[in-house]
Design a protein around this ligand. Structure first.
Ligand code: NJP
Length: 263
């Protein structure tokens, strides 16, 4: 089990879902965690819980990752408080399932601002110091939706394809500086994500038995911290699906049609 003693792990979207679980598991392995999200009350409660349990001086800051000015000032505060960030987990994100012709431009912009531009802006905050120290790890939570785009996910998939494209280039660039980049591509996870994404609950009902537990996803993420793991695909069999899709897209779209139209 990777010991994270002395490491600072900063996590966006840490007020719930897998971000909260990643924070808990990283703290349990000795890391000092920095929690970021909009819901400061939730973050403060998590911070107190973690500090009581592990005593690693967790910190919490309110941050909407779509607010680029705030990103700058919050990261300045973090650096002043902790000195260095060893691992950045870009986890904040949301989705909203709708047909492409019904997708509102305002929601589309908001999704790109959080899932893509927010992730890029937070990454840019840590890159100079990681490159200078020749050490660091950026973990980007993408999605299987960034590998195979299915109906009613056009916008969400576009954001996650963008995350994967950005991360793939970044990984190659940073390999020269000993800084690691990992992408995480989960299938559906039991979190509040679907309260927004699937308001009617119909998709969740039809896939409930396949859903991943957030604690399991978080454990897999924390396991690879400060390693050169390229990507994590969960569940494992889904990566076979995306491999076949790359090779035989038309066949996979035909054979998988029933499953792809479940939303
Ligand atoms: O979702 P949820 P997950 N600025 O809703 C925060 C990806 N993923 O844990 O700001 C800053 O429980 C929000 O905090 P708050 C997904 O795309 C999921 O499942 O206080 N933070 C909360 O802490 C996302 O990238 C599934 O509201 C913002 C967190 O983000 C990541 O996993 C499948 C924010 C969301 O927690 C975590 O999602 C998949 C903002 N503007 C990928 N907006 C899945 N669940 O099935 C939101 O493939 N947050």
């Amino acid at each position: 089990m990777m010991n994270l003693k002395g490491k600072c792990v900063t996590i966006t979207g840490a007020s719930g879902g897998i971000g909260k679980e990643i924070a808990e598991k990283a703290a349990a392995r000795g890391a000092r965690v920095v929690l970021l999200a909009r819901s400061i009350d939730k973050l403060e409660a998590i911070k107190m819980e973690l500090n009581a349990k592990y005593g690693n001086s967790a910190l919490a800051y309110q941050l909407d990752v779509s607010d680029s000015d705030k990103i700058q000032s919050v990261f300045e505060e973090i650096f002043a408080a902790v000195g260095k960030i060893d691992i950045l987990v870009n986890n904040a994100g949301f989705g909203l399932f709708s047909h492409a012709h019904e997708a509102e431009l305002q929601v589309t912009k908001a999704m790109f601002e959080v899932n893509v531009l927010g992730l890029i802006a937070c990454t840019q905050m840590v890159l100079p110091s990681m490159i200078a120290r020749k050490s660091g790890h950026i973990i980007n939570i993408a999605s299987q939706a960034g590998k195979i785009a299915t109906p009613k996910s056009s916008i969400y998939s576009a954001t996650k394809f963008a995350v994967l494209g950005y991360s793939n280039s970044l990984r190659m660039e940073l390999s020269e500086h000993n800084v690691f980049v990992t992408t995480v591509n989960p299938g559906p996870i039991e979190t509040n994500f679907f309260n927004i994404a699937d308001e009617q609950g119909t998709y969740v009902k039809s896939i409930k038995r396949f859903m991943l537990k957030p604690g399991y996803v978080a454990e897999r993420v924390v396991d690879v911290m400060m390693t050169s793991k390229r990507e994590i695909n969960l569940p494992g069999w889904m990566s076979l699906g995306s491999l076949f899709y790359t090779l035989f897209p038309r066949a996979v779209e035909t054979l998988g049609r029933k499953a792809f139209f479940k939303k």
